[in-house]
Write a protein of this length. Structure first.
Length: 459
C-alpha cells in the first residue's frame, strides 16, 4: 500500500465529516510504503481498527499544528472544574502548581496567555466541607464567593513562584453585550497582558442570574467569547478527557479524533456528556465553544488538563487532544461582537434562498427572503437570522423597525416605497453589519449544540 504525498497516516479520513482519527498524529510529506500486503477492508464505522497500521503509527508532529503553534502569540486557556479539583471537591494545588509552571514556560517563549478558570463553586464547597452542590441560588452564589478567594489565592501562589502575577477579572454576560463595556474589557485585558500579568477570568457567580440572562451558561462559552473578544488565534479547553472520541471515552474501543476540519451535526452528535456534581460544562458545550472560535477564524484544541506538559506540547505542535481547525479568514472584530456577544432583540426567519445568498455568496438580507419575524426590536437593533426550523446562522443590525418589517416581509425591494411610503434602505440587514455564525446545513441538535442560539443560558 502506498500513501500519497500529504496524506495523514495517523489520522485516516473518517466518513464523519473528513475528521482524522488518531491515537497520535502525523503527516508524511512524501510517498511512503507501509506494507506490501493488501490492506484490510475499511468499515464505515471503525476505520481505525486496523492493528497492522496502528503498529506503524509515527510520532511526527502534524505540520498544521506546528504552523499554528509557531504563529500563535496569544492563547486563551480554559481549565475545567474536574481538572482543578480532586475527588473530595478540594482544589488540587499540585495541579495548579503544574499550570503555573506551564504558563511560565509559555510566557518565556514570548507568548501571552489568558486563563479562564472554573472551580469557584468546587473550591467553596471544599472550604466549607460540603459534599453536594447547593441547589438554592443564594447558597450557590455564597459558596462561589467563598471559593473565588481560594481560587485566586492558589493561582497567585503558583504564578508568584515563577515570578509572575495573577489578575482576577470577574464577568457577567451583560458586560460583553454592551459595546462600550465590551471594548473597555478588551482594553483592560490588553493592558494586563502588556504588564506581563496573567488575567484569570471567571464568571461572577455571586451576581450572575440565569433567570435574568446575566449568565454565560458555562465557562466553555465564556472562554470562546474571551477568545473572540481578543482575537486570539488559539483556544485551549482543558478537561478530564483527552479530546473528542468517536464514542464515549469509557468505551475501551473508543478512538480519539485528532483533527476536526469542520463542525457539523455528525461531529456534534459525538458529544458524550455526563451528569456531574461540580462541573456545568460537558463535551457538547466544548464543541459549541469550538464552533464559535473556528467560525471567527481561530483554532481550538480540546485536551486533557491532567497532562503536566499539555500546554507546552500544544505549543510545540505535538498531536495531543483534538484540533478543531478554524476558517482561513479571520472575522473582523466588529463582526465578532455582533455574532456572539451582542444581545439579539429579535429573530428574522428567512427562506432557503435568502440563507444561501447570505452564507454562501456574502450578500445582504433583502425583504423578499423573509418569511416570519419574532421578538421586539427597532431600527439599529441586533437581530438573529434563522431558518424555518430554528437554526440561527447569522446576526446583524436591522435597518427597519418591527412594524415596518412586518409590512414589507416577503416583498421585492422595489415595492417597499409603495408599501411604506418611503424606502430608506434597500437591505434589511446590510452585509457590512452582518456576521455569519454557522455554515452547517445540519438539522438542529437537542440542547442547542453549535447550531441553535439559546434563548436562555443553560446550566
Amino acid at each position: 500500500m502506498r500513501v500519497a504525498s500529504g496524506d495523514r497516516l495517523c489520522g485516516l479520513t473518517s466518513p464523519i465529516n473528513g475528521t482524522m482519527r488518531s491515537r497520535g498524529s502525523c503527516w508524511r510529506q512524501q510517498t511512503i510504503v507501509l506494507s506490501d500486503q493488501e490492506p484490510p477492508v475499511f468499515t464505515p464505522t471503525r476505520p481505525w481498527a486496523i492493528p497492522w497500521l496502528a503498529d506503524r503509527m509515527c510520532l511526527m508532529n502534524d505540520p498544521l499544528r506546528t504552523e499554528i503553534a509557531a504563529s500563535t502569540k496569544l492563547i486563551v486557556v480554559k481549565v475545567g472544574t474536574r481538572v482543578l479539583t480532586g475527588p473530595d471537591g478540594l482544589l488540587d494545588t499540585v495541579r495548579i502548581e503544574s499550570l503555573g509552571r506551564q504558563f511560565d514556560a509559555i510566557l518565556s517563549q514570548g507568548r501571552q496567555v489568558v486563563l479562564v478558570s472554573s472551580g469557584a463553586v468546587g473550591a467553596g464547597m471544599g472550604r466549607m466541607g460540603l459534599t453536594q452542590r447547593p441547589q438554592e441560588l443564594a447558597h450557590l452564589q455564597a459558596v462561589a464567593a467563598i471559593g473565588q478567594s481560594c481560587l485566586i489565592e492558589a493561582y497567585e501562589r503558583a504564578f508568584r513562584a515563577q515570578g509572575r502575577h495573577a489578575a482576577q477579572v470577574l464577568l457577567v454576560a451583560d458586560d460583553l453585550k454592551d459595546r462600550a463595556r465590551y471594548l473597555n474589557i478588551r482594553n483592560t485585558l490588553r493592558a494586563l497582558l502588556d504588564y506581563g500579568a496573567i488575567p484569570v477570568i471567571n464568571e461572577n457567580d455571586t451576581v450572575s442570574v440565569e433567570e435574568l440572562r446575566t449568565s454565560f451558561g458555562d465557562n466553555d462559552r465564556l472562554a470562546a467569547l474571551v477568545a473572540t473578544l481578543l482575537g486570539a488565534p488559539l483556544l485551549v479547553l482543558l478537561s478530564d478527557v483527552e479530546g473528542l472520541f468517536d464514542r464515549h471515552p469509557s468505551d475501551p474501543t473508543a478512538t480519539r479524533l485528532a483533527t476536526v476540519p469542520r463542525i457539523d451535526a455528525a461531529v456534534a452528535a459525538l458529544a458524550s456528556d455526563r451528569l456531574g456534581g461540580l462541573s456545568k460544562g460537558g463535551m457538547a458545550s466544548k464543541i459549541a465553544a469550538a464552533g464559535i472560535v473556528t467560525e471567527a477564524g481561530g483554532h481550538c484544541v480540546i485536551a486533557s488538563g491532567r497532562d503536566d506538559q499539555v500546554l507546552e506540547r500544544i505549543c510545540r505542535g505535538e498531536p495531543v487532544g483534538t484540533l478543531f481547525v478554524g476558517r482561513e479568514t479571520t472575522m473582523p472584530a466588529w463582526k465578532r461582537w455582533l455574532g456572539w456577544s451582542a444581545d439579539a432583540r429579535g429573530k428574522v426567519i428567512v427562506d432557503a434562498g435568502a440563507r444561501e445568498a447570505v452564507v454562501t455568496r456574502g450578500r445582504s438580507l433583502l425583504a423578499a427572503g423573509i418569511t416570519a419575524i419574532e421578538g421586539s426590536f427597532t431600527t439599529g437593533d441586533v437581530v438573529s437570522l434563522a431558518t424555518p426550523d430554528g437554526r440561527v446562522f447569522a446576526r446583524g443590525l436591522v435597518n427597519y423597525s418591527l412594524d415596518e418589517l412586518r409590512r414589507i416581509a416577503g416583498i421585492k425591494t422595489e415595492q417597499i416605497a409603495a408599501v411604506l411610503g418611503y424606502c430608506p434602505y434597500e437591505e434589511v440587514v446590510h452585509r457590512d453589519n452582518l456576521a455569519v455564525i454557522s455554515r452547517s446545513d445540519a438539522a438542529p441538535q437537542n440542547g442547542g449544540g453549535p447550531f441553535l442560539e439559546p434563548t436562555a443560558p443553560t446550566t
